[in-house]
Ligand binder design. Structure first.
Ligand code: CA
Length: 740
């Protein structure tokens, strides 16, 4: 605690940001000497953040030193000054506008009162935990064109801090080491082949002076891997490929030889095979095992990827690696022969729990496929699995083999199948939390189905979303009632899951589907942000709502907690976006108004206030006339949903801060080709599609957008918005929000 006091005193003096609100003197206004002195203080505070301190994190509960707080990724804090008895007095301590306008997913790292976090486009921020004041900012200047390879928004889930350095993976595949004191680059290395559509959105983890990072791109055509780099020099130490490569070349290691036997027919290596490790990791220092969650195959349907069948290792698996060598120790595949985008990249939690009278070292995961798994983390042995959301692709997991017993129709060999869960999963990347006092795992759960249909004449399109799913039956329902039914069938809840009994202890049903990650504390609390623009605390033992406050934007990230001078704070980065938001074109819920992101910190008796957004409503402008035949419209619809909808939303309904094309001004309609083909807005994230869409194609897409705009204007003149205000809140009028 002495260290905390020293640092904060120093920062307070140097930055002039005392508790009385004199926090105007930001980094830019400091003298060179003052800034250098502050940098030295932060450098000194972070210099000893390494394995020993992270391993003994409970001795300094005021800090949050690693992504999941501890290597076991439990996201449980021993801090209890904020608890179920006083949480109702929680108030805003401070807020800081990040300047981001898309999804925010990061978990901050907190070292002696300084928060290190990330925004969109892989930007890194260091803020004063007492005042929110920005200490430094780093922008890796990711080329905005790279955004077209980001299936799930241009997000980043956070940094790692180790021995005075801050590590971040950038969307365009770089790993960067920054000086924790200043944010200046120490080294930078390219972790990918930039000829392939790889992206990095996950947080690096550091183990024994090696920084480990994976990547994404499984929908676009890559071969997945994780790589370890020397924290000091940036030199590569090892790489673990998650799927086998070109069979005409030698295997990289025995694991690849084992994996190759489970792939059959097809030329999966030409597309890449998938298996990207884009998010979850956990580490057991005693066993010296690094656990990595592996993603889906490319394309999704196994018949198109490996037509001879097989499990297709290590797709949808948890792999346990020796972190010194990157060699495989054990693996467990959650979805053999993965076909539904059922990644096992979801958050993994390590805990020691008593099962049938025996203390077991377990690893727990709620992957997309809907089963909650408890495995022995020493050797990967199956212990138990039960569905935590409705599922219909398998009946159960066979306890003898540890394999799911499938319902054959779910593989839709010749037809379509409505399958639970959807490709968004029963649970996605949003972190869970485990509370040792209640014994519950808290899951931000999703209830949703997807209509899967195999693309019969699948052809790999470089740079496109190559799921191998036939879009035709997926194209948005046309009638108001169908759309209402679709959105109303999607649900989200917070579940308290008992991993020993493998059953739900309680649940809180939420108004929306895509809610935030979770924090639990020794104060018998669970904190979670929601898609309806609220941040809330629930009793960890019963689920009773204890406190909530409006924050005017949907929250998807997970909160953290820390203490300064013995005073506890709860912080969360708030900013609406992510894959669900972009893809479904799901409307914002009432209260989720802002596109601008914020870092928020709360404490008991906090007296700061968020400015209430001023909302005005804009009607859909009349689009230009475009004569299109039915055939042309159908072609335009298909092109739109192949190349445009993953950002601008299904059926031309944007769910996020990416422009809703129904509201295009006349000037943009007249510059359509310049924008869509030539890329005149590429610096703000709209790439040019000249290489992909011909002028005739671009016209077809334009015609479809105009057609949907006209349809929306017509719908808006009917009385349907009144019938479905929660569902179609933003379909007719765009909310233009200004913060005073
Ligand atoms: Ca995927």
């Amino acid at each position: 605690m002495r260290r905390v006091l020293f640092v904060l005193t120093a920062i307070g003096l140097l930055g002039g940001c005392d508790r009385d609100g004199d926090s105007e003197k930001g980094a830019a206004e400091m003298s060179v000497d003052e800034a250098a002195a502050r940098a030295e203080v932060i450098r000194a505070a972070t210099a000893t953040v390494a394995g020993e301190r992270i391993g003994a994190a409970n001795e300094e509960p005021g800090n949050w030193l690693a992504h999941g707080r501890t290597y076991d990724e439990q996201r449980h804090s021993p801090l209890a000054d904020i608890n179920d008895a006083n949480v109702a007095e929680l108030g805003l301590a401070w807020y800081w506008d990040t300047g981001d306008t898309r999804g925010l997913e990061a978990t901050p790292i907190v070292v002696d009162g300084v928060l290190f976090t990330t925004g969109t486009w892989s930007r890194v921020y260091a803020n004063d935990g007492r005042t929110g004041e920005l200490i430094w900012k780093y922008d890796p200047e990711v080329p905005r064109e790279w955004g077209k390879y980001a299936c799930c928004d241009v997000v980043n889930r956070g940094v790692a801090v180790w021995k005075g350095r801050v590590f971040v993976g950038t969307l365009d595949g770089r790993l960067v080491a920054l000086d924790a004191g200043t944010g200046e680059v120490i080294w930078e290395t390219l972790t990918i082949d930039q000829e392939r559509p790889y992206t990095i959105t996950g947080a690096p983890r550091v183990i024994n002076d090696l920084v480990v990072i994976g990547n994404g791109g499984g929908e676009y055509g890559v071969r997945g891997y994780v790589t370890a780099y020397d924290t000091e020099t940036g030199d590569e130490r090892w790489r673990f490929w998650t799927v086998p490569g070109d069979p005409s070349k030698p295997f990289e290691n025995p694991a690849m030889e084992l994996a190759a036997k489970t792939w059959s027919g097809g030329n999966w290596w030409e597309i890449g095979g998938g298996g990207t490790a884009w998010d979850s990791m956990a580490f057991d220092p005693e066993l010296n095992l690094l656990y990595v969650g592996v993603g889906n195959g490319t394309p999704w349907n196994r018949d198109l990827r490996s037509p001879g069948g097989g499990d297709n290792l290590f797709l949808a698996s948890i792999v346990a690696l020796n972190p010194d060598t990157g060699m495989l120790v054990w693996h467990y595949q959650t979805t053999p022969g993965e076909t539904w985008d059922y990644t096992a990249t979801q958050h993994m939690i390590l805990a020691d729990i008593v099962i049938d009278g025996t203390l077991r070292k377990v690893i727990m995961q709620a992957p997309k496929n809907g089963f909650f798994y408890v495995l022995d983390r020493t050797d990967g042995r199956f212990i138990s699995a039960e569905p935590y959301v409705p599922i219909n692709w398998a009946t159960h997991v066979d306890p003898d083999t540890g394999r799911p017993v499938e319902i054959p129709e779910a593989r839709h060999p010749n037809d379509t199948a409505l399958v639970f869960p959807s490709a968004h999963g029963g649970h996605n990347w949003h972190p869970m939390a485990y509370n040792p006092a209640t014994g519950y795992v808290y899951i931000p759960a999703i209830e949703m189905a997807l209509l899967y249909a195999r693309e019969q004449d699948f052809e790999y399109l470089p740079g496109a979303f190559n799921s191998g799913i036939d879009l035709t039956p997926l194209l948005p329902p046309k009638t108001v009632e169908e759309r209402a039914a679709m959105f109303q069938s999607m649900k989200g809840h917070l579940a308290a899951w008992d991993p020993v009994r493998q059953e739900e202890a309680w649940r809180v049903q939420h108004p929306g589907t895509w809610n935030g990650g979770v924090l639990t504390t020794a104060g018998n609390l669970v904190f979670q942000g929601r898609s309806d623009g609220h941040f809330a605390a629930y009793a960890a033992d019963t689920g009773e709502l204890k406190w909530e406050t409006p924050v005017y934007t949907g929250i998807i990230a997970a909160p953290v907690t820390y203490a300064i001078d013995g005073e506890q704070y709860v912080a969360v980065i708030a900013g609406w976006g992510g894959s669900f938001t972009l893809f479904t074109g799901a409307p914002r819920h009432r209260g989720n108004l802002l596109s601008e992101g914020r870092l928020l910190a709360f404490k008991v008796g906090g007296e700061s206030n968020l400015p209430e957004p001023q909302v005005t409503y804009v009607n859909i402008p009349e689009p230009p006339e475009m004569a299109m035949s039915e055939e042309e419209l159908a072609e335009g619809q298909m092109l739109y949903h192949t190349w445009c909808s993953s950002c601008h939303g299904s059926d031309v309904h944007s769910g996020s801060s990416v422009p809703d094309l129904k509201y295009l001004p006349a000037a943009s309609h007249s510059r359509w080709n310049l924008i869509v083909r030539e890329g005149v807005y590429s610096t703000v994230g709209m790439p040019g599609f000249k290489e992909i869409l011909s002028e005739a194609d671009a016209r077809l897409v334009h015609g479809y957008v105009v057609n949907r705009t006209k349809a929306a204007i017509e719908e808006c003149q009917s009385d349907y918005p009144k019938q479905y205000p929660e569902v179609f809140g933003t379909a007719c009028t765009k909310r233009v929000v200004a913060t005073p």
